[in-house]
Write a protein that binds this ligand. Structure first.
Ligand SMILES: [Zn+2]
Ligand SMILES: [Zn+2]
Length: 284
């Protein structure tokens, strides 16, 4: 069975995310390790890391996966923004290491008009520079497929494959598959035939062994609309059948999967979505 969870707030300390996750029955969670819309990094102190480790022991939630801040653009042709993105992402990788978080989800980047290949090269060069700073860093970078708004890269599985092909050490890279982004990028997941074709394409381009994390989000936009707008499970354009297929696919069994759907502070939407997802899993 897949391990299910949701993106959790770290307000009040990283360990609070685990406590919040446990309170609504998460088996895995995703967190930000610094403010998602700020350049300044909130460095994780040793005491916070210790409290986090203790909470992880106590809750049994695993894995915890991080999501990189939204401001980064490792594909930028602008030297200053590219540099700033590299340094900011480096600090997030350090926070992950401090919290013993094994993977961080990254939107690969946008080419800003320089062209796809130029953007992908830029991303690979940035990842190479980061890897060279610590070739033993125990944190995987999970390239997330994107909806492909504007000049954003990563909406084709081939983009992620090209990055992995170009970097010197692909062993520290993995993939995070987002259902909303895939559908918005044009990958069908609703029909049995479309679902099989999408995963056959994933297998051909990347290989399922690269897949380390899944984001379960319904989509506000239509197939191929390139709209990155998440919707509650079963209430968007994807619908329940897409999630039924994902949750019961033998190839995806055992993978951690997290919601990133809109919610209020009481997390009632997460509770409802997790309940729906669990109801779709058929015993086997
Ligand atoms: Zn994302
Ligand atoms: Zn996502």
């Amino acid at each position: 069975m897949p391990r299910l969870g949701a993106h959790m707030s770290t307000a009040g300390g990283a360990e609070k995310a685990l406590e919040r996750g446990q309170s609504i029955g998460c088996e895995t969670i995703q967190v930000f390790v610094t403010g998602p819309s700020q350049w300044k990094t909130k460095v994780v102190a040793t005491e916070e890391a210790e409290r986090f480790a203790a909470a992880q022991q106590a809750t049994g939630i695993a894995p915890v996966v991080a999501h990189a801040r939204y401001l980064l653009n490792l594909g930028s042709p602008d030297e200053a923004l590219w540099r700033r993105s590299i340094e900011a992402f480096w600090e997030e990788l350090q926070n992950c290491q401090q919290l013993q978080i094994p993977g961080i989800v990254l939107h690969p980047g946008a080419h800003m008009g320089a062209g796809e290949e130029a953007g992908l090269q830029r991303i690979a060069a940035a990842l190479d520079e980061l890897r060279q700073r610590d070739t033993n860093l125990p944190v995987h970078v999970l390239l997330e497929n994107t909806a492909g708004q504007g000049t954003v890269l990563g909406h084709r599985f081939e983009h992620l494959a090209r990055i992995m092909e170009m970097v010197q050490d692909p062993s520290w890279l993995g993939v995070c598959f987002d259902t909303c982004h895939a559908f918005s990028a044009g990958y069908e997941l609703r029909t049995a035939e479309g679902f099989q074709e999408t995963w056959a394409e994933f297998e051909r381009a990347l290989g399922l062994n690269r897949l380390e994390f899944v984001h379960l989000n319904d989509a506000k936009g239509c197939l191929g609309c390139h709209l990155d707008r998440h919707e509650q499970i079963g209430k968007g354009q994807l619908g329940l059948e897409a999630f039924r297929q994902i949750l019961n696919d033998k190839r995806l069994r055992g993978l951690p999967m997290s919601l990133e759907t809109p919610k209020g502070p009481e997390m009632a939407e997460d509770v409802e979505n997790l309940s729906i997802l669990r109801s779709l899993i058929t015993e086997s």
